[in-house]
Design a protein around this ligand. Structure first.
Ligand code: G3I
Length: 336
């Protein structure tokens, strides 16, 4: 399999990985498994040289693993876990409960609450059991809090809960995941929560309540999908990260990318502005006692979701030729 056929392409021992490991940190990115990447040895070579943690961009999601009620396919996740093991890397599981990536056999039928709950229960137990003892952590629930800071009713899963019990499906998801693998770290993951705002207040208060109820949750993921010129309040990010850390939660920056509009030339000043956004967020992570992982959503501009679904491009640390951008240099210098 190509994943294991990569040879060392000339050793640079001073990499993001070597520097992160000296500080006991995880640094990595989302791995995409499709023809283009599987035919690109540089992709896997770069992953193992520069990074020590991987998150599957898609292959561990509900629609990729559970295509019909009795059919599971873990091949994509197994491949990434094998590659990680082969290269002494960790894997973040992503994600068990989300309003997206739900296959038609779940989304399109009118199930009773009881049946829907049974489907989710079976999914979580089956998937977490399959990957038991193989993952660093799971994003058990992804994007369940709205911009207003309240539990969202978006998607199929909130239909499990009646009225004021909205949120029980989330608590059960963490309990079921913990039942299936008591050792894997369980995270809540969301976007737009890097600064102190209505949404991050909602996430903070929600997780605080979960912990008070004894729900097994160990960490919080901050996706950080932002653009190169949006104002970022560094003080607010640091304050926000600290309050989650003060709850005893681990923090992961889980999906960072910093998009640049396709019609903006990638000039040095624009790339420096992009680098500054990475400095603010990664610097805040490094300043937060329990922030242990920094991942970008992809590792090279050659393969990024962002130019497929938005008018943005070039969001990552390495350009489409795997060459370091100013953002790469900033992250590396912060690991000095
Ligand atoms: O693998 C199938 C392929 O067999 C099929 O031919 C093709 C056309 O239908 O679809 C392929 O699956 C696609 C998958 O990406 C793999 O490329 C799905 O349709 C597509 O919906 C999926 O998009 C992913 C999206 O999440 C939804 O799962 C994006 O790549 C991924 O970047 C995006 O990532 C999300 C995080 O999970 C959560 N945070 C936001 C982030 C960006 O939206």
């Amino acid at each position: 399999m190509i994943l294991f056929a990569t040879q060392a392409l000339g050793g640079n021992s001073d990499t993001l990985r070597s520097r992160a490991e000296k500080k006991g940190l995880f640094i990595g990115g989302a791995m995409r498994l499709y023809k283009e990447t599987l035919d690109d040895p540089k992709y896997f070579e770069t992953f193992k040289n520069e990074f020590n943690v991987i998150v599957p961009e898609h292959v561990m999601k509900f629609d990729a693993t559970h295509s019909s009620e009795k059919t599971y396919d873990f091949s994509g996740g197994d491949l990434i876990v094998d590659f990680a093991n082969h290269n002494s890397m960790k894997v973040r599981g992503h994600t068990l409960v989300w309003h997206e990536a739900v296959p038609p056999w779940v989304n399109q039928y009118k199930y009773s609450r009881r049946k829907l709950k049974a489907i989710l229960h079976d999914h979580i137990l089956s998937v977490v059991t399959h990957f038991k003892s193989k993952l660093l952590c799971w994003d058990v629930v992804n994007e369940a809090i709205g911009e207003d800071g309240k539990i969202s009713r978006e998607g199929i899963w909130p239909r499990i809960d009646k009225g004021k019990h909205l949120g029980d499906y989330i608590k059960n998801a963490y309990r079921w995941a913990h039942q299936a693998d008591p050792d894997v770290l369980l995270f809540y993951n969301d976007y737009g929560t890097e600064e102190i705002n209505k949404k991050s207040d909602g996430v903070y208060n929600f997780i605080k309540d979960l912990k008070k109820e004894g729900v097994p949750i160990h960490g919080v993921g901050f996706q950080v999908h932002i653009s190169y010129n949006e104002p970022l309040n560094e003080e607010s990010i640091r304050e926000n990260f600290k309050r989650f850390s003060d709850l005893g939660l681990l923090l992961h920056i889980t999906e960072m990318d910093v998009g640049i509009p396709k019609d903006v030339p990638l000039t040095p000043p624009v790339l420096e502005q992009q680098a500054e956004q990475y400095r603010k967020v990664f610097g805040a992570c490094l300043a937060t006692p329990l922030c242990q992982a920094f991942l970008t959503w992809g590792i090279t501009d050659k393969y990024t979701w962002i130019n497929q679904v938005t008018d943005m491009t070039a969001p990552l640390l390495l350009d489409e030729f795997y060459l370091p951008k100013p953002a790469y240099r900033v992250v590396k210098s912060l690991l000095d």
